[in-house]
Design a protein around this ligand. Structure first.
Ligand SMILES: Cc1cc2nc3c(=O)[nH]c(=O)nc-3n(C[C@H](O)[C@H](O)[C@H](O)COP(=O)(O)OP(=O)(O)OC[C@H]3O[C@@H](n4cnc5c(N)ncnc54)[C@H](O)[C@@H]3O)c2cc1C
Length: 217
């Protein structure tokens, strides 16, 4: 995982500029039962020191780049577009995307660390999980080679924001009732219908990357 090492080196460099001393990540895990809280970096056997360094970077990111501004963003009803490219720059988005498509090619524990750290920060605004752990895996696992090359690097960098439009006013759990249609028109499809409750849907006016569940007509 050469790309992960690069990100972790960057995490180390980031800390070198921080006033706090860089923590020593140990391969010996802190026993979870004796840790002051499960948020303690270095506890839980499923993680190792690479996850710890990555976790520290995520924790700093949410503490410095998100938490201080979150109330403001709640009022505005959206997070700034630049937050996504900052997160992408640090390797926080779609970590599991293979290196061949610009990702870090990590195991599933790295995105779990991002989820946990966002939850610990109490900041619900950025829809990173939908983007990274639902949309990107769909493209990775079911996309054509052309789609993977075109879409995945942009999801990793945060240039595009992923959203998934499944729910409709008359189709929540009941996907068989979906009314939205995609009709072939030359090289394009014309999509007609209504979608509701779409995480990151609002961000689509400022970025590309919404995927729809449709009936092909
Ligand atoms: C914060 C948030 C973010 C969301 N983000 C997205 C998104 O990004 N993209 C997207 O497409 N959708 C999104 N949704 C929509 C979400 O996926 C739907 O709310 C969900 O599919 C349920 O649909 P519904 O609300 O219409 O409930 P309904 O389908 O009307 O269900 C109502 C209740 O009936 C129960 N029920 C339904 N069918 C059956 C059955 N056959 N047997 C027994 N019980 C049943 C359900 O469990 C539920 O308790 C989001 C919702 C929320 C709250």
């Amino acid at each position: 995982m050469a790309a992960v090492s690069r990100v972790l080196r960057r995490a180390g460099a980031r800390r070198a500029f921080s006033a706090e001393p860089a923590p020593a990540y140990a391969s010996e895990r802190i026993n979870a039962a004796t840790a002051p809280t499960l948020m303690e970096i270095g506890c839980r056997d499923i993680f190792d020191e690479d996850h710890d360094a990555f976790r520290q970077m995520c924790r700093d990111f949410f503490a410095n780049e998100v938490k201080p501004f979150h109330k403001e963003w709640e009022k505005a009803g959206e997070v700034p577009r630049e937050l996504w490219t900052k997160a992408g720059d640090l390797g926080l988005l779609a970590c599991m995307v293979p290196e061949a498509y610009g990702g870090l090619g990590t195991d599933c524990r790295f995105p779990a660390v991002v989820w946990e750290e966002q939850s610990y920060s109490g900041c619900t605004g950025p829809g990173f999980a939908m983007h990274s752990d639902i949309v990107a895996p769909y493209i990775t696992n079911y996309g054509t080679e052309e789609q993977k090359q075109r879409i995945l690097p942009k999801l990793v960098s945060g240039e595009w924001i992923g959203a998934l439009g499944m729910t409709e006013p008359s189709a929540g759990s009941d996907f068989a009732n979906i009314k939205t249609t995609a009709v072939k028109d030359g090289d394009d499809y014309v999509i007609n219908g209504s979608k509701v409750f779409i995480t990151n849907g609002w961000m689509q006016r400022r970025a590309t990357g919404v995927f729809f569940l449709v009936n092909f007509a």
